[in-house]
Design a protein around this ligand. Structure first.
Ligand SMILES: Nc1ncnc2c1ncn2[C@@H]1O[C@H](COP(=O)(O)OP(=O)(O)OP(=O)(O)O)[C@@H](O)[C@H]1O
Ligand SMILES: [Mg+2]
Length: 328
């Protein structure tokens, strides 16, 4: 036991135990040193001992729901990851300092934002020079090479644009112009954009949205969200497949559904597909091109509207993405 208490005293994590009657009966030094608990905590009710209200509400939730709770508590520049384990005779609280991790994440995002910003102008210049050269070039072989270079610079341009959109959405800097939008019309516009690619694969695009269905959204962002989902629906489909867009009301949300009859996503990959740069397997993704930012943009657009996204999929059969947007 003394090894355990020595360890708990030295360790760079916070531990506390709250008994069944809601009193703090154990806390290690970390909890006091970091100012998480007041000095005279011993035997007092938990809601009188914690300095930050977020801890109190997390503990209250754990007591009420009797289930393990994981949450983040942020205070000024400091961030804590909080883990609460309910047991028969009380609750164990574990706190990890994630301030460094947060700083690292922030500087990574700033770095990406700055690099993307700096690349935008040179790429636009390279693109327009290549376009002029292609127009003037008579030699077929050289023209071919220039066209290849142009396609790669277009890929670079869309990568940089995607990164800039994500950066803006994440920072909350991008203001949404929400209005009542006719979803059927937006879906038709998106289908027009994707039509050529769909025809190449003989994939049918089906708009099942009711012509009077309205969503409360930023029209431009909503279009971008649907473009990414329908683009994936076609890109990861089989020849002669289908992509169907549908919408309905569920509780306080307008739900937009994009389903396809494509190759599907293996179960183990599903939790990660909305992460930046995540691509299911490089061999199948390489054939179709892309950077793995599309679904991350979809997620951020939904979140910035106060909504959420869900996916279900069966390998070999197809996928269904659902976007929930709060009603006005
Ligand atoms: N409808 C779908 N069916 C099967 N797999 C999908 C589907 N949508 C996404 N995926 C998988 O999830 C990965 C991430 O999708 P995401 O749209 O973020 O990136 P991407 O399509 O590879 O590139 P881009 O940035 O051009 O959209 C894809 O690489 C693909 O493997
Ligand atoms: Mg995509």
């Amino acid at each position: 036991m003394s090894i355990l208490s020595d360890f708990l005293r030295e360790v760079d994590e916070g531990y506390a135990v709250i008994n069944i009657s809601g009193r703090v009966v154990y806390a290690n030094d970390f909890m006091i040193k970091r100012g998480i608990l007041k000095k005279d905590w011993e035997g007092k009710p938990y809601y009188e001992c914690f300095n930050m209200l977020s801890f109190v509400s997390a503990i209250a939730e754990c007591i009420a729901e009797k289930k393990r709770i994981k949450t983040l508590v942020e205070h000024e520049d400091v961030g804590y990851s909080v883990d609460l384990f309910p047991a028969k005779d009380g609750i164990l609280l574990r706190i990890t300092d994630i301030t460094q991790l947060k700083r690292y994440e922030r500087s990574k995002k700033e770095f990406i934002a700055n690099v993307s910003h700096e690349l935008k102008t040179p790429i636009t210049i390279i693109k327009s020079i290549l376009e002029t050269l292609i127009e003037e070039e008579q030699d077929e072989k050289k023209k071919n090479m220039l066209e290849r270079a142009l396609r790669r610079s277009e890929d670079m341009k869309s990568l940089v644009e995607d990164l800039l959109i994500i950066t803006k959405l994440e920072s909350g800097e991008e203001k949404l112009g929400k209005e009542s939008v006719n979803l059927w019309e937006v879906v038709e516009l998106v289908f027009d954009d994707i039509m050529e690619m769909a025809q190449d694969k003989k994939v049918q695009l089906i708009n099942r949205v009711d012509k009077s269905f309205k969503v409360y959204a930023d029209q431009e962002k909503l279009t971008l969200l649907l473009l990414n989902l329908v683009d994936n629906g076609v890109k990861y489909n089989k020849m002669n497949g289908e992509v169907v867009v549908n919408a309905y009301i569920q509780d306080t949300y307008a739900v937009i559904e994009v389903s396809d009859t494509g190759i599907g996503i293996p179960k183990e990959h599903l939790p990660f597909v909305f992460e930046r740069f995540y691509r299911v397997d490089s061999s199948r993704s390489k054939e179709v091109g892309g950077t793995g930012l599309g679904l991350s943009i979809v997620k951020h657009i939904a979140l910035s509207h106060g909504g959420k996204v869900q996916v279900e999929s069966k390998e070999g059969e197809g996928s269904r993405f659902r976007v929930f947007l709060p009603l006005k």
